[in-house]
Design a protein around this ligand. Structure first.
Ligand code: GLU
Length: 498
């Protein structure tokens, strides 16, 4: 028997920015397609004209590509089952509607929104699930035609059994059952003539020969309506895999109050796409050996729909940051510097156009400072240590420790020695501190703490052996905000104390 071709789709509605829940759905579909040698389709579900916007479609595509996904068929790559934008498929849907009406599987419903709302409220008050009463179901077709001809507005509904159970096997959730008495006849086409999502998705999944529908569990209630529509149209069912929801650590649906949720925001926050890609793959799935840092190729190899968890996926920002650190540190120095540059330019630390010497310095600075941060955005703060030397942040204890007898002597001797040497690197600094120790009799914290405060304006931070070469070489370059060298820092500290 010929094995079925695996064809999956990611079908976003362009009504907002791509958030991590949907990005995870997009990624799981991609992993499955790539692993199975299948086809990955991007379909834009824009039948809701009021909520859809073209710029969101462009942004969705940009964010998916940034994340590292690619598709074989879609609005921007074409394919034999297009168009891949639902707003361009209205004629296809209309012909299916005609078929359903002719076969008596769908009917016109003249109930007004007010009437339906009244019914709904009544049911809610009685504590029952609101289900359409089916009032227009038995309206003869000729009567309906007359009312339509008279200009009455009507929606089109699917005739459903209204009782019994409908079950299907979900690849993640196993057997799922629905009581059809609670489903009601879904609207296929709204009274404004536009087809409903639950309807067109069925036609598209069938026509695009989708073998597996992998999507969020929030669509489960839609699935039952869609299956009824598949059956009415005489189409075979795809396989379903409903992914659990993405929650915050407090078990509530992930929202902005937990932190960033839009893919775009993670990029702006300095998360690398490869880190987010890796993290999203682990959101509700894990490889058998528990390995966590995995390349796309490794993920494709290991991914297994059978290992996708049914329980809620908790979005752990700490883990994402940990992964981001691994990916940041693994970048070659030049790439590290190139990724960091826009953040640092934004903070006005770097000029718009950089020369070779500045790039070389940046490579060195970023490679050094990256050890201490979670994201590229955080790096900006680390660069403040280099560019924004200031003593204004010193607290009383710090000021006091700069004014002890030892501190005064240490800084005097250090300042003097800096004038005498040509170049300060870490070896010279080590020699100098030994000399200062001998000459002042100060050692340990009494020697090093004033030096650290005078060179950085802070009690803790980067080791001086790493800081000194960066400060000295950076001070020789032309930056929008000139970087002060060690001698300038010490002189400024002495002036501040006098
Ligand atoms: N357009 C739907 C959404 O954005 C997804 C539909 C589906 O995957 O079936 O939620």
């Amino acid at each position: 028997m010929e094995t079925e071709k695996i064809r999956v789709r990611f079908a976003p509605s362009p009504t907002g920015l791509l958030h991590v829940g949907n990005a995870r759905t997009a990624l799981f579909n991609w992993l499955y397609a790539r692993q199975q040698g299948g086809v990955y389709i991007l379909r834009i579900e824009d039948t809701d004209r009021e909520r859809s916007a073209e710029e969101y479609e462009g942004k969705l595509i940009e964010d998916l590509r940034w994340l590292g996904l690619d598709w074989d068929e879609g609005p921007d790559v074409q394919g034999e089952f297009g168009p891949y934008r639902q707003s361009q498929r209205l004629e296809i849907y209309a012909s299916c509607t005609q078929q359903l009406l002719e076969e008596g599987k769908a009917y016109h419903c003249f109930c007004s929104p007010e009437e339906l709302e009244k019914e709904r409220k009544k049911a809610l008050k009685a504590g029952t699930t609101p289900v359409y009463s089916g009032k227009c179901r038995s309206l003869p077709r000729d009567k309906a035609q007359t009312r339509l001809a008279a200009g009455e507005e009507a929606s089109i509904r699917l005739k459903t059994p209204g009782r019994g159970n409908l079950s299907f096997t979900d690849l993640v959730r196993s057997k799922v059952s629905f009581d059809l008495a609670l489903v009601g006849d879904p609207v296929l086409v709204r009274s404004n003539g536009l087809p409903a999502y639950n309807y067109v998705v069925v036609i598209d999944d069938h026509r695009m020969q989708i073998s597996h529908v992998i999507r969020g569990e929030d669509h489960l209630a839609n699935t039952v309506r869609q299956i009824l529509t598949f059956q009415a149209l005489g189409y075979p069912l795809p396989q379903y895999a409903h992914l659990s929801m993405v929650m915050g650590e407090d078990n509530a649906r992930l929202s902005k109050r937990h932190g960033a949720t839009a893919v775009d925001q993670f990029g702006k926050d300095g998360i690398l796409p490869q880190a987010l890609f890796n993290y999203l793959a682990l959101l509700g799935w894990s490889p058998p050996d528990g390995q966590e840092v995995l390349t796309p190729a490794e993920l494709v190899k290991l991914f297994d729909l059978n290992r996708v968890s049914r329980s809620a996926a908790i979005f752990d920002y700490g883990k994402l940051h940990w992964l981001n650190r691994q990916y940041m540190k693994a970048l070659p120095p030049r790439e590290m510097a190139e990724t960091a540059a826009p953040f640092l330019k934004n903070a006005d630390y770097l000029p718009k156009a950089m020369n070779q010497a500045q790039w070389a310095w940046l490579e060195q600075a970023v490679s050094t400072l990256i050890e201490r941060v979670d994201t590229f955005a955080d790096l900006t703060e680390s660069f403040a240590l280099l560019f924004d030397f200031s003593l204004d942040g010193l607290d009383k204890d710090e000021k006091d420790s700069l004014q002890t007898e030892c501190a005064t002597k240490v800084l005097d001797v250090f300042a003097q020695k800096l004038k005498e040497i040509e170049r300060l690197d870490y070896e010279t600094f080590a020699t100098l501190t030994q000399e200062i120790k001998t000459e002042t009799g100060c050692k340990g914290r009494e020697l090093y703490h004033p030096l650290r405060l005078a060179l950085t304006g802070r009690s803790s931070g980067l080791d001086l052996d790493k800081l000194i070469p960066l400060v000295e070489s950076g001070a020789k370059l032309d930056f929008p905000r000139p970087l002060k060298n060690c001698a300038q820092r010490v002189a400024e500290t002495q002036a501040y104390l006098s």
